[in-house]
Structure formats: C-alpha cells, structure tokens
Design a protein around this ligand. Structure first.
Ligand code: HH2
Length: 279
C-alpha cells in the first residue's frame, strides 16, 4: 500500500495526501457567467495547488442531501474545460462524478482519478475505469443523495460499510483494476446519522485493515455543524480536527476545501509522527 497509481502519477502514501475540492456548480463561484465559472474554478484550483494540494477533485454536481440532480451534458459542460486546463498543466486531477459518460469525458480530457460516491455501481462505470489507467475512490453511500438522510439504518455501521467496500474492491479487482489504483471511503454524511458518522470515524482503522488506502471527506460536513453549532462557512477548525482524527486512525487521503489549513495541520502531524527515537 506504499504507492497510489493514478494515470501517469505516482503518490507515495508514506504521508497523508491532500485532495483539494474544486466545485464547478452555479452556486460555487458567485453568479458570474458560464465562461467565468470555468475561469474562476481554474483560478481556485491553482490556488489550492499552490497551497499544497496533491490532487484536485473537480465536481459539477452537488451530492449534498436533497441536491438536485444535474443532466449528463450539463455536468460535462461544467467540468470538462476545468479538467482540460488543469491536466494540461500536469496537475493530478480527479473527477467527482457517478456518471459513466462524465467519467469517460473526464478521462479523455486527462483526469487521472475517478471519485465516485456510488463506488462504480452505475451500469458501465466499472468498465469505464477498467479501460483506463486512472485511480478510483470507492465511496459508501446508503440510498441516494435525494433521500439518503431521511432514515439511515444499520445494525453495525462499521461492519456493514467495511463489507460493502470489500465487495467493491473485489469487483474492481475482478474487472482488472489493480489494488494500486484503489482508494476506499466510508462516505461521511451519505446516509448516516451523527452517531453513524462518529462510529465510522472512531473505528476508521477497521476499514484501513482492508489494505487499501482510506480517504476521509469531512470538510464542512453537517456533523461538524451539529457538534459545534457552526454554519457551513465557519467549520474550518472543526474540519481540521476531524480530519486529523481520521489520519490518526489510518486515513491516507483527506478531501478538503481549505488546503492551506490542512497542510499546516499535517506539517505538525508529520513532524511529530516522524520524530526519531531518542530525540
Ligand atoms: N463528499 C462530498 C462529495 N464528494 N467524495 C468522496 N470521496 N468523499 C466524500 O466524503 C465526498 C465526496 C460532498 O459533496 P458536496 O455536498 O457536493 O459538497 P463538496 O463537494 O463541497 O464537499
């Protein structure tokens, strides 16, 4: 598990990696025109890169609870210019989508990773990634975004999420996607109550036992708001604390909005963890 292969990129997993979030949705960058949306997204992505992002995760559809689904054409129109521009500069770009058509377009434009909240369960998704050399993040979700928070239910959330991810890893391997290209993610907030999310965070090391790098996506999530009483725009400190709790339990990638804050936190984390005996 020492290295993640994503297209032509190779990432050492000796230290946690930072995935910076680049949303290209109409509510992401004021209400500038369409072309300006891409330009603003590219500018934002380059800033995240400067702040130390290892991977840029470009998404054109919000998966927030109750979010409205976006048509394939519209999603491609949103993400493609951004992916082309960033991949063209040599950046490691991930596409955050559940649609095989969007995956194909993004991979054709140079994306090195697919981040799928449906873990490649859409018809054709598995084959699409298998036909590429891209990495893939397999995320657990109970239900679908429109209704997933209505009545999440598990008997043993950690065990059920682990079994699901184990099955998806096996499906990927059977389709020819090697382990060195796989990342797994418990999907915080995706069909989970606060208690479910906390149990998953507390026992994240049990997912790490699967031998595939674990990604944690906690940035700005509603569980942080529930615990702190903070609005979505004021959850940075809580987010850093939650991400570090995940890293302490074996997460090897963190998906964040605020890359600079996460980098500072990891600079301290890494220095402490890598301290030699006797010093
Ligand atoms: N969370 C969101 C979107 N994509 N991907 C992974 N692998 N893990 C996550 O936890 C995850 C994800 C949340 O999506 P959205 O509500 O659109 O907000 P944002 O993209 O700003 O995080």
């Amino acid at each position: 598990m020492s290295c993640l292969h994503a297209g032509s990129h190779r990432f050492s997993l000796a230290r946690p990696l930072v995935m910076g979030i680049v949303n290209v949705t109409p509510d992401s960058f004021s209400d500038e025109g369409r072309l300006d949306d891409s330009r603003a997204a590219i500018r934002h992505a380059l800033k995240l890169l400067e702040e130390g992002a290892d991977i840029l995760d470009v998404g054109g559809e919000s998966t927030r609870p109750g979010a409205v689904a976006v048509a394939v054409d519209e999603e491609i129109r949103r993400v493609l210019p951004v992916i082309e521009a960033l991949a063209g500069r040599g950046c490691a770009v991930s596409v955050d989508t559940m649609k095989p058509e969007v995956m194909r377009a993004a991979l054709g434009a140079g994306a090195a990773m697919v981040n799928d909240v449906m873990a490649l369960r859409a018809p054709g998704a598995l084959e699409t990634v298998a036909a590429s050399t891209a990495a893939v993040c397999l995320m657990h979700m109970q239900g679908e975004p429109q209704r997933m928070q209505q009545a999440p239910f598990y008997t043993d959330v950690v065990e059920e999420v682990k079994e699901f991810l184990q099955d998806r890893v096996a499906a990927c391997e059977a389709a020819g996607i090697g382990r060195e290209r796989l990342v797994i993610d418990p999907g915080f907030g995706f069909g989970k109550t606060l208690e479910h999310n906390l149990a998953l965070l507390r026992h994240l090391n049990r997912l790490a036992e699967l031998g595939v790098p674990v990604l944690a996506g906690l940035s700005r999530k509603s569980m942080l708001g529930t615990l702190t009483g903070r609005d979505v725009g004021a959850r940075e400190f809580a987010g850093v604390a939650a991400q570090l709790a995940a890293v302490a339990r074996g997460a090897r990638l963190v998906r964040v909005h605020n890359v600079a804050a996460m980098r500072d936190a990891l600079a301290i984390w890494n220095a402490v963890e890598e301290q030699q005996d006797g010093t």
